[in-house]
Design a protein around this ligand. Structure first.
Ligand code: BES
Ligand code: ZN
Length: 631
């Protein structure tokens, strides 16, 4: 594939050397950005999901002093914001959603004039603070509103240990504004400190340097010295304990989960070393993970220094740890180099799925990584077909048009899996060695900055194609700006899944005597997903009699099996399925099951009655998707 262009080798070699020198210089500059600021004023890409105007006045540092009130389900305190403004700038604009602003003062103690603008149901209210000469710090006294969307307040019964309440936040994509007044845009980075006061005995964790045991007085101090975007602001408060894994890694969980968590995630230190070897030094100090209560709406969230994770990955056999690889990978793709706007979300997630797969390949071998790719490919093909069928063709573009929409609409397998296959295609086109050199350099040179699709393509052209004397692929723009799946989509061959496919054939022919001993949960998921779309009660019963999917301890298996159960109104599963739906808040599992249930009248009744019961257990992000689906 590459040899065709080798005649151009010499000139490109020279250009390459020149570029190397130029980017070497830039790299030195960006490195000094850490801990201060990233980028200069005036170069922040316009973000339609934030009211802020960071090219006029931009927040660079924040000091929080917060009190967590479990009885009122409210966070109260102050946010001290340090900013840099253009000389003629008149105001600092912040994002808020449902925040009660009590007062705003300048650093000199004077009261600041401010306006809280009318609330938009998705984006909240702009908070405009009048600037005062050269004063570059304001102090906002505020409290969170009822139902603050980032916060989930859990009663003791919703936790594992059932002794005390629990609080966690989920800020991505634009929910940080519901618990902190800030410039809620991924193009804006700031450092922060925080003092957080909670009832005695509770442990507090943030996306910052974290304690490993509860303090005597319920007061905690945090520091995040690397500049981060707002969606990575995170807080968790509960009866939480810590167990170390390696020198830089460890897990937090409620006591009754801690042992399981420690053994499930025993590969974390290895993953960290593998990741560093691939794409450069880990820049965040420690890497820990907290296992949250089951209502956490995602599988994982890459909060810097501390991944937030669902307990549904505690399978007992380390079979679902690619999720840890994924969140760890975000420490580079996402947290170090961040999508500048939510329309560039694939830069976060597509890169991360690629990186995740590379980590898993190094950890468990190519066979294993091929299964992940195959699952990704099947998921992607289904998603694209769904979009095409429902007239949402333009949502299959990598670069998304989210004008007037909630960025949550962009959380589909397009960003993840089409993004992943685009990078895999690039890798195959230039060869893995060159691609790895490129990626490592990308993370190093653009560390602590935000990037958009257009800038990425320029960078790609300079540093991957020109530098290696290659022409860009002819369909590069199709991949990024086109709909559907390009012809050049890499085809995945998974040897381990081919065996499953032959087992499926046997099963369809009535032969159930194939051996399943060596199957991991990925093989099972592939098997279940590829069972015939239509099955009679007899087949369902037979499958369950043989494999007891209905009571599997593996949430991924339950997630795909219950879709069949919902489609065929398979009664014997209802009790367990309801139990799963009521206790698990992970949206990825909930939407397909509810979505399948509502396709029949009887199923819809069931869905609505379960949902009524389950809804109070879910986080806002799951509720907002499911309300749309069910009501
Ligand atoms: N950053 C995402 C989760 C997210 C995306 C939250 C957009 C809010 C808005 C996280 O890294 C993620 O992708 N989680 C996946 C895990 C995975 C292995 C693909 C999940 O939660 O399922
Ligand atoms: Zn992710």
């Amino acid at each position: 594939m590459t040899s065709k262009y080798n005649i151009m080798g010499l000139t490109n070699f020279i250009t390459g050397i020149l570029l190397l020198a130029i980017f070497g210089a830039i790299s030195c500059q960006t490195k000094t950005n850490e801990g201060k600021s990233a980028g200069t004023m005036g170069d922040i890409v316009k973000d339609i999901h934030s009211f802020s105007q960071p090219n006029e006045a931009v927040v660079r540092h924040m000091n929080l002093d917060l009190y967590v009130d479990f009885a009122q389900k409210q966070i109260r305190g102050t946010a001290e914001l340090e900013f840099v403004a253009k000389p003629n700038a008149e105001k600092l604009i912040l994002d808020t959603k449902n925040l009660k602003i009590e007062s705003i003062t300048y650093a000199n103690g004077d009261k600041a004039a401010y306006k809280l603008l009318e609330e938009d149901p998705i984006f909240g209210s702009a908070l405009e603070v009048k600037l005062n000469g050269s004063i570059n710090k304001i102090i906002i006294k505020y409290a969170t509103g009822h139902g603050a969307e980032a916060l989930q307040w859990l009663g003791a019964t919703q936790t594992a240990d059932k002794t005390d309440p629990f609080l966690f936040t989920q800020s991505q994509a634009i929910l940080a504004r519901s618990w902190i007044p800030l410039q809620d845009s991924p193009g804006v980075r700031f450092t922060y400190t925080a003092k957080v006061t909670v009832p005695k005995g509770f442990l507090v964790l943030m996306s910052a340097e974290n304690p490993q045991q509860a303090s005597e007085d319920g007061i905690y101090h945090f520091k995040m010295e690397q500049p981060i975007p707002s969606y990575l602001m995170a807080l968790a408060v509960g009866r939480i304990d810590f167990a170390p894994i390696g020198v830089r890694t460890g897990v937090y969980a409620e006591l009754s989960m801690l042992g399981r968590a420690k053994s499930e995630f025993s590969e974390m230190e290895d993953m960290l070393r593998i990741a560093e070897k691939l794409y450069g030094e880990y820049r965040w100090g420690r890497y820990d993970l907290i296992v949250l209560p089951p209502s956490f709406p995602f599988g994982g969230m890459e909060n810097p220094r501390i991944t937030f994770a669902t307990p549904t990955i505690l399978a007992g056999d380390k079979s679902l740890t690619s999720l840890v690889a994924h969140e760890l990978a975000h420490s580079w793709s996402g947290n170090l180099v961040t999508n500048a706007t939510w329309s560039d979300f694939w830069l976060n997630e597509g890169f991360t799925v690629y990186f995740e797969t590379r980590i898993m390949e190094a950890l468990k071998g190519k066979d294993y990584a091929d299964m992940l790719s195959a699952l990704s490919q099947q998921g992607l093909e289904e998603e694209v077909a769904n979009f095409m069928d429902s007239g949402q063709e333009s949502d299959t573009k990598l670069k998304l048009d989210l004008t007037g929409r909630n960025p949550d609409d962009g959380v589909t397998s397009i960003a993840y899996d089409k993004g992943y296959f685009f990078l895999k295609y690039l890798e195959e086109y230039v060869g893995r060695e060159k691609f790895d050199v490129f990626l490592k350099k990308y993370f190093e040179e653009l560390a602590f900055t935000s990037n958009n699709t257009e800038r990425f393509l320029i960078y790609l052209n300079e540093n991957l194609f020109k530098k290696n004397g290659l022409k860009p692929m002819a369909d590069l723009n199709d991949w990024v700006y086109g709909t559907g799946l390009p012809e050049s989509m890499p085809k995945v061959h998974s040897a381990r899944f081919e065996e499953i496919d032959s087992a499926l054939l046997q099963w369809k022919e009535g032969n159930i005597a194939f051996s399943t001993e060596a199957w991991s949960s990925h093989e099972w998921v592939h098997f279940i997903k590829n069972l015939p779309y239509e099955m009679d009660q007899k087949s369902m019963t037979q499958l369950d009699a043989q494999f007891d999917f209905t009571h599997s301890g593996n949430a991924e298996i339950l997630g795909v099996w219950y879709v069949h159960c919902a489609r065929h109104l398979y009664q014997s599963s209802f009790e367990a399925m309801e139990q799963f739906l009521v206790t698990t808040g992970r949206r990825k599992f909930l939407t397909p099951i509810y979505g399948e249930l509502i396709t029949t009248a009887k199923g819809k009744d069931l869905a609505l009655s379960i949902y009524k019961n389950a809804r109070p257990n879910y986080h806002f992000v799951a509720i907002s998707s499911l309300d749309k689906l069910l009501y």
